[in-house]
Design a protein around this ligand. Structure first.
Ligand SMILES: [Zn+2]
Ligand SMILES: [Zn+2]
Length: 331
């Protein structure tokens, strides 16, 4: 029975942990976190970002043009090579005719002239492509310069916006932590208060589970939301307070035993035939009135109501049941 209660208390503890986890998670959703982009949008001069966007767009266009131009240049270079080969071939044929002592035919001469023309034209278009590419390169360089200048103006604004964002995030976290703690700490305190107030309650295991679960979440929330250096102090202070509370309770109960514990101790001593005060073992055949020979405590006396021998340190007479304000329990 006792073990079943303990087991169920542990299960209850984890159920409380889960329940509180959901509630705390919902508190997280109460406020949306700050977004970095918003801080950039408001913190950085819109004119500058617009210019930056435009420069980047034209840079992109120039890069595409450059790639295309590079392709054209390669093609024209190949075409120029072919034209050069054709011209060289025509020259060789022409030369061959001359070495053989023959006048080259009109056809051959025309072929040679055409090949030469073709090569010159190919060379010209290749040069054109080359110049175009160089132009694009210069434009790209100029835009990059502009972008660098812009970046120099934007950077301090961005840094400032980021600082603001970080601050807002910190504020956000503190606000959420405050919300969560102002929910979970009262729950914890309420459970602790109920535990302290109702020492005899049969519901103590439930209260204990609730206290432990809510205290667990107090620690977790603090750990999540406070920087370590603060958390360290808060956790240490809490630990010191808890240990102090236990110590104070121990000291109090040892100085002034609780009535129920005192009664229990006396009852058991009487049961074992020993003096509750000094543990002296007395014989069964003690007289009606009996005083401990070791410490002088009156252990048995004649009842004021019925006159029989009663336990002097217990509240009720064993014979007639009358209560005697007993030197007894309130000792
Ligand atoms: Zn005694
Ligand atoms: Zn009596």
């Amino acid at each position: 029975m006792r073990w079943t209660i303990r087991l169920l208390s542990v299960v209850l503890f984890f159920l409380f942990i889960g329940l509180l986890c959901y509630i705390i998670g919902d508190i997280d959703d109460l406020r949306p976190p700050p977004e970095l982009q918003n801080f950039y949008d408001t913190g950085i001069d819109a004119e500058l970002t617009r210019a930056q966007r435009e420069f980047n767009a034209s840079l992109e266009v120039i890069r595409m043009d450059k790639a295309r131009q590079q392709e054209i240049k390669t093609n024209r270079s190949e075409a120029m090579g072919v034209a050069r080969d054709t011209w060289a071939q025509a020259q060789r044929v022409h030369q061959f005719e001359l070495t053989a002592g023959r006048q080259p035919s009109t056809e051959l001469r025309e072929e040679l002239a055409q090949a030469h023309e073709g090569y010159t034209a190919a060379q010209a278009t290749f040069e054109e492509a080359n110049t175009e590419l160089a132009d694009l390169g210069a434009q790209e360089y100029a835009i990059k310069q502009e972008l660098a200048t812009l970046e120099n103006r934007i950077r301090p604004q961005r840094v400032e916006a980021y600082d603001l964002y970080e601050e807002a995030t910190k504020d956000h976290n503190h606000t959420l932590a405050t919300y969560k703690l102002s929910f979970i700490i009262p729950v914890s305190l309420l459970a602790a208060w109920a535990l302290a107030k109702r020492r005899e309650s049969i519901y103590r295991p439930i209260l204990k589970a609730l206290l432990l679960a809510s205290f667990f979440w107090v620690v977790v929330v603090m750990h999540e939301h406070f920087e370590f250096k603060y958390f360290k102090y808060i956790a240490l202070t809490a630990a010191v307070l808890i240990v102090l509370a236990f110590l104070v309770r121990l000291l109090q109960s040892s100085a002034r035993p609780r009535p129920d514990l005192l009664l229990k101790q006396r009852r058991e001593s009487y049961h074992r035939n020993t003096c509750p005060e000094c543990a002296y073992s007395y014989p069964d055949d003690h007289g009606d009135a009996f005083t401990c020979p070791a410490c002088g405590t009156g252990l048995f006396a004649n009842c004021n109501a019925c006159g029989n021998s009663r336990h002097n340190l217990l509240p009720f007479c064993i014979h007639c049941g009358s209560e005697e304000a007993a030197s007894a329990v309130s000792a």
